[in-house]
Design a protein around this ligand. Structure first.
Ligand code: G3I
Ligand code: 9MR
Ligand code: ZN
Length: 537
């Protein structure tokens, strides 16, 4: 780990020889670049940099355009030179690692040395769980991914993560290489789908007999920092919820289409589960927000509305069954209120929009294809403006740095990538690329947010296995939530001070869940973005 902040910020995992090379420079004066130990060339005079509101930094983005393959050294003023690699396909490893990061979150099975290297552990959370509301009902609900730095498993966030993987496979198949070295590798199914199936099998187990889905499978409190196999306190099936049911319904209907060509039996089970969930939603139309029952303190994943989840579900059910009743439902649920460029656990309208724009297309009709497409394009233009207004090119407003700011940043990259896919206009590509660069080091913190990558990388994520396995390095391939001005933890505020700018409100410290936790649904949008750039580099 290099402790010195450089005056040049780069994508620490390298650059592609097929895409423009951007650096961010924090000094004035002459910036030079030398190739393969040669004399400095490409001189750029940096004058009067502008202040970036999110970070308070005076920063200039320098675009060197497409550079030939090689090892470069960038220097501005007296500060040390920064090493940059330009090569073909530079992001295959980090994209694969982000997918493999989900493998390391697997619950209920042993992580073996042949797949997990140093980061092994025996099977965890293998005991049957009781329903919270009726403790005499016990079920074996093993499997799935640990949600984040904690060991909870939550249906809605899990469904969203799977959807990101499946849409990555649908839209950027060339970007996902099949070399993950997970237990299923080599079985004829792409590894990204093998990994997603691990979660899908668990989601299926979270359905109650009447079709509803339990909101989550957690203990009543968060575990201390112990390894998962040492976490023996009882887990509970927490009450069912509308949002979990609708999100699972959507995800399973989507998965039905994707897995059909590999395993019809598994696909049919998923469609059947989705239809039963949909029926439960019809029979229980009044939204009841999930709140943690008295005495439960694990992640709540509360939501103000289930309209977005139901909209997404209706779109996916129409795609899966071709039955017009679902198109009608989706049209009825659709309104300007739905944020069609949001793909995170709280607002999933964007996933419904992806189904309309890339799967249903003309079949979605005037409202959900033509109209929605226009609105989507407008939104993408706003996102591009956000990126243009930022000193680092980051598509987030200064106010947007909340818990898990990496999510809106990666989501905005997804939107700009989809803009290109939808219109053939490549003019947002560099704006999207700046978000990928952000995640990998081109940011106000000079920090690569993916564990195991970069010369200045996250070392102390709020992640129980990383904090308790006795290995100095964190589990690799996990992306940190990143800067958060929300200061949900008083100690974060105390350490950073009130006046720290939003984009610097970050601590690479284990206790700082509010700035440095990892989560499956932060990895997954980064996987989409990585796979896209992988496919064109
Ligand atoms: O709802 C308000 C919104 O009205 C406001 O505009 C916005 C401003 O930032 O804040 C919104 O609420 C935030 C909420 O996330 C919704 O995004 C809260 O301030 C913020 O505290 C909350 O953070 C969530 C955090 O749990 C604490 O509840 C994160 O999104 C969520 O990703 C995180 O999830 C945790 C799980 O509970 C447990 N497992 C780990 C996981 C990752 O940290
Ligand atoms: O470790 C928990 C983390 O996974 C959650 O995202 C976070 C959400 O509030 O809570 C963390 O648990 C902390 C708890 O909220 C307060 N006491 C300290 C716990 C560990 O940092
Ligand atoms: Zn576990």
């Amino acid at each position: 780990m290099n402790d010195r902040l450089s005056n040049i910020r780069i994508n620490q995992t390298g650059y592609s020889d097929a895409l423009p090379v951007h650096l961010a420079v924090l000094s004035e004066g002459l910036l030079t670049l030398s190739k393969d130990g040669g004399l400095p060339c490409f001189p750029v005079e940096i004058v009067a940099p502008e202040a970036d509101e999110s970070s308070g930094d005076k920063v200039t983005i320098v675009n060197f355009g497409v550079l030939p393959e090689g090892e470069y050294s960038a220097q501005c003023g007296e500060e040390y030179a920064r090493h940059i690699t330009v090569k073909k396909n530079p992001w295959k490893d980090v994209t694969n690692a982000l997918i493999k990061g989900l493998y390391y979150q697997r619950c209920g099975c042993e992580l073996k040395p042949e797949h997990a290297g140093r980061f092994v552990h025996p099977a965890c959370h293998t005991a049957p769980a009781s329903e919270w509301e009726n403790k005499s009902v016990k079920k074996l609900v093993t499997g799935g991914w640990h949600d984040a730095g904690d060991y909870g498993k939550y249906v809605g966030p899990g469904a969203v993560t799977v959807a990101h993987l499946l849409y990555t496979y649908i839209l950027c198949p060339k970007g996902c290489s099949d070399e993950l070295n997970i237990p299923e590798s080599g079985n004829g199914v792409p590894d990204i789908l093998n990994e997603a199936r691990f979660e899908l099998e668990w989601i299926l187990k979270m359905q109650r007999e009447d079709g509803a889905f339990y909101h989550k499978l957690t203990k009543d409190h968060f575990a201390p920092f112990i390894m998962p196999q040492e976490d023996h306190d009882p887990e509970y099936l927490m009450p069912v919820s509308h949002c979990a049911t609708a999100a699972a319904c959507a995800c399973l209907a989507l998965a039905y289409r994707v897995y059909r060509k590999f395993d019809t039996e598994f696909a049919d089970i998923m469609l059947n589960a989705a239809l039963r969930a949909s029926k439960w939603l019809d029979e229980n139309p009044d939204f009841i927000p999930f709140v943690n029952p008295e005495g439960v303190r694990t992640g709540m994943y509360g939501d103000r509305s289930d309209k977005d989840e139901k909209f997404w579900a209706a779109c996916e059910l129409f795609a899966a069954t071709d039955s017009k009743e679902y198109l009608k439902k989706a049209e009825d649920l659709y309104s300007g209120e739905l944020r069609i460029t949001s793909y995170g656990w709280a607002e999933v309208s964007g996933l419904g929009a992806m189904c309309c724009l890339f799967v249903l297309r003309e079949k979605a009709g005037d409202i959900l294809y033509k109209g929605l497409k226009e609105r989507f394009i407008d939104e993408c233009n706003n996102i591009r403006t956000l990126s243009e207004n930022s000193g680092y090119g980051t598509a987030l407003s200064p106010k947007g740095y909340g818990w898990g700011s990496i999510l809106p940043i990666m989501s905005n990259a997804m939107s700009m990538i989809m803009y290109e896919m939808l219109t053939g206009d490549t003019s947002m590509r560099e704006n999207a690329l700046m978000q990928w660069n952000y995640a990998l080091g081109l940011n106000a913190l000079d920090m690569c947010f993916v564990t195991g990558f970069g010369e200045r990388s996250v070392m102390n994520p709020h992640h129980r296995p990383s904090g308790s396995d006795g290995i100095d390095d964190p589990v690799p391939g996990l992306i940190s939530g990143g800067p958060n001005k929300g200061f949900q933890y008083p100690q974060t505020k105390e350490k950073l001070g009130d006046s720290v700018p939003p984009a610097k409100s970050y601590l690479d410290e284990l206790p700082s869940a509010d700035t440095n936790e990892v989560a499956i649904y932060w990895n997954s949008p980064a996987i989409f973005v990585g796979a896209f750039f992988n496919s064109i580099s």
